[in-house]
Design a protein around this ligand. Structure first.
Ligand code: NDP
Length: 290
């Protein structure tokens, strides 16, 4: 849903929020933040704004000069958002990309809440354990770039990234040089024959209900499989996971809501409860009404 998410009451400039991206029609952020605001009896507006490529920096600066309370940033601007900020949180620094901008007294802060959102969904909502697990990530685009730091903070046993274009996977591993967690990268078949406890599909193949090329791996007895993409029906990767006897399978709807909740907290210092919002979005997704 695009457009404005408004909650009744007077809205100050500092209570105006938005997500900037291009395209932006698909964004569910306005309805998620509207639900958070209603839950917390907060007064704010949140709009989805399609920004022309050459105008991104000007639009961001203009938004904050007018006193805007905070921005979410989506494709293709996450790296440019990081570059124009004055300071950055650890996840954004490691990623070199930001999905959230927060105005503070000491300047504009870049944050990346995608990975924290993913970890919260897996650990708090789904009850999956990450510590000591052998993790395989398939894909090496912007989303994977954003999730690595929080994933590594959970202290898995080891983490491997494979990608159709292996050099992109290697570049991500290089960004985490010095990590205490063993990291490796390579082409998809690099891990053939290996066993994993958690497999994350970070490719965009599911958007067209396609299965990315997958390695011939073994799933351990308690292996969990997570697709960053969400959809009304199980994605091709989720169906593959179930057919390979994964212990648990999930899509990325919970991650979407959790990353938004973290943004809300960074902007307003209040943490929304997420369970009902995830449930309501899921229902509407199933009814095809979003
Ligand atoms: P990018 O375009 O940056 O990266 C796409 C990745 O998918 C690359 O690794 C690309 O490989 C790979 N890929 C694409 N098509 C195929 C295919 N047919 N077979 C194998 N690999 C393929 O996208 P993002 O990283 O930004 O996003 C990835 C997905 O994550 C998106 O679908 C997005 O919807 C989802 N996402 C979900 C979020 C959530 O909150 N749930 C948050 C952010 C993203 P190569 O490098 O070889 O091109």
């Amino acid at each position: 849903m695009t457009g404005k998410a408004a909650v009744k009451g007077r809205v100050d400039q500092g209570d105006t929020y938005a997500v900037f991206g291009n395209p932006i029609k698909h964004s569910k952020s306005p309805q998620i933040h509207k639900a958070f605001a209603e839950q917390l009896e907060d007064t704010l507006t949140y709009r989805a704004v399609r920004v022309e490529d050459e105008k991104f920096e000007t639009k961001v600066r203009g938004f904050f000069e007018r006193g805007g309370g905070g921005l979410n940033i989506t494709v293709p601007f996450k790296e440019r958002a990081f570059a124009l900020a004055d300071r950055a949180g650890a996840a954004a620094q490691r990623a070199g990309a930001a999905n959230c901008l927060v105005p503070r007294d000491d300047g504009l802060h870049a944050e990346n809440t995608d990975g924290l959102g993913l970890v919260r969904d897996m650990v708090a909502n789904l009850g999956w354990q990450l510590q000591g697990r052998r993790v395989l990530v398939i894909g090496a685009g912007g989303a994977v770039r954003g999730i690595l730091h929080p994933l590594l903070q959970e202290r898995p046993d080891a983490l491997t990234i494979v990608n159709r274009s292996p050099a992109r996977a290697q570049a991500l591993v290089d960004r985490h040089e010095g990590s205490a967690i063993p990291l490796q990268a390579g082409p998809v078949d690099k891990v053939n024959g290996e066993t994993f406890d958690l497999v994350i599909n970070g490719t965009s193949a599911s958007l067209s209900d396609a299965l990315p090329m997958l390695p011939e791996v073994k799933l351990s007895a308690r292996c969990c499989c997570y697709d960053l993409v969400y959809a009304a029906e199980p994605t091709a990767f989720m169906r593959w996971s179930a057919a390979h006897a994964a212990w648990a399978v999930a899509d990325g709807l919970g991650m979407l809501v959790e990353q938004a909740a973290e943004s809300y907290y960074l902007w307003r210092g209040k943490r929304p409860a997420t369970e009902a919002v995830i449930g309501s979005l899921r229902s509407r997704l199933l009814e095809n009404s979003i």
